[in-house]
Design a protein around this ligand. Structure first.
Ligand code: SAM
Length: 239
């Protein structure tokens, strides 16, 4: 398992510079729509304290922040948390070049989702997008999410999932045959993209993952498939 931590670290250190370009290339831009929908559903209140775990280059955090900024006197803020400083550096750079973002409402912290450096009951909203499948112990990530949320705080996860049978053969062909080649052509990195595809295959299906979220103590657990299950949004509430 130590190996997975190392592999994940190397993958994201390798892809950080090209990460945003590759997301657009691999999904034909659709990842933007999934992220828009996810953050619209998250809908933080103006005074919400939010943490975006495995926040990478800030895609989710920036969308949440734009919602918070609609209430000019709100006291809400967002912590972008990720294990990989290279990804956070790209994100900080993006934030500095984006005049629509209030940088005072953003915090950037490097660390492991399995051992969060936050006190119990700290946040109203915990989001994690396309990150949890990269973590070695998903149960630890979930119990940490539960610990740092305030009572009635919300857990929201956007992750690749198991697709509907009709599109499965096309999806598998695209994932296993095309994506690593795109990785090679656009980012000179076949293996990192092969890893990303394999990590999707290894992740539990929608029902299994929902059970894990309930087992961590969350209530009102539910999920919604996006694009025929290519990814899904899982939600839960701290009791
Ligand atoms: N959430 C961003 C997005 O949707 O664009 C980034 C997703 S990227 C596919 C996955 C991120 O998970 C990477 O930035 C990686 O460094 C981070 N990650 C992997 N394992 C982690 C861990 N144990 N703790 C925190 N972050 C982790």
């Amino acid at each position: 398992m130590k190996n997975k931590v190392k592999v994940v670290h190397t993958v994201f250190a390798n892809v950080a510079d090209k990460y945003d370009l590759m997301n657009d290339a691999m999904s034909g831009g659709v990842h933007r729509l999934w992220k828009d929908y996810f953050t619209q559903r998250a809908k933080p209140m103006p005074n919400s304290k939010c943490v975006d775990v495995a926040g990478g280059t800030g895609d989710i955090a920036f969308r949440l922040l734009r919602q918070l900024q609609r209430a000019p006197n709100g006291t809400g803020n967002i912590t972008v948390f990720d294990i990989n400083q290279s990804m956070l550096d790209v994100g900080m750079n993006r934030a500095q070049n984006d005049k629509s973002l209030d940088l005072n409402k953003l915090n950037w912290i490097c660390g492991n989702a399995e051992a969060l450096p936050f006190e119990n009951n700290s946040f109203d909203l915990y989001t994690i997008a396309f990150g949890i499948r990269n973590c070695t112990h998903v149960d630890k990530v979930l119990s940490e999410a539960y610990r740092v949320l305030k009572p009635r705080g919300r857990f929201m996860c956007l992750e690749f999932s198991k697709v509907n049978g009709v599109i499965k053969p096309f999806y598998e062909f695209y994932s296993f045959q095309i994506i690593p080649v795109l990785g090679q052509v656009l980012a000179s990195d076949y293996n990192s993209y092969k890893y990303l595809v394999e990590s999707i295959r290894m992740f539990p299906d929608q029902q299994q993952f929902a059970r894990m979220i309930s087992d961590a103590g969350f209530t009102d657990v539910s999920y919604e498939n996006l694009s025929l299950g290519i990814c899904s949004i899982h939600t839960g509430v701290k009791k």
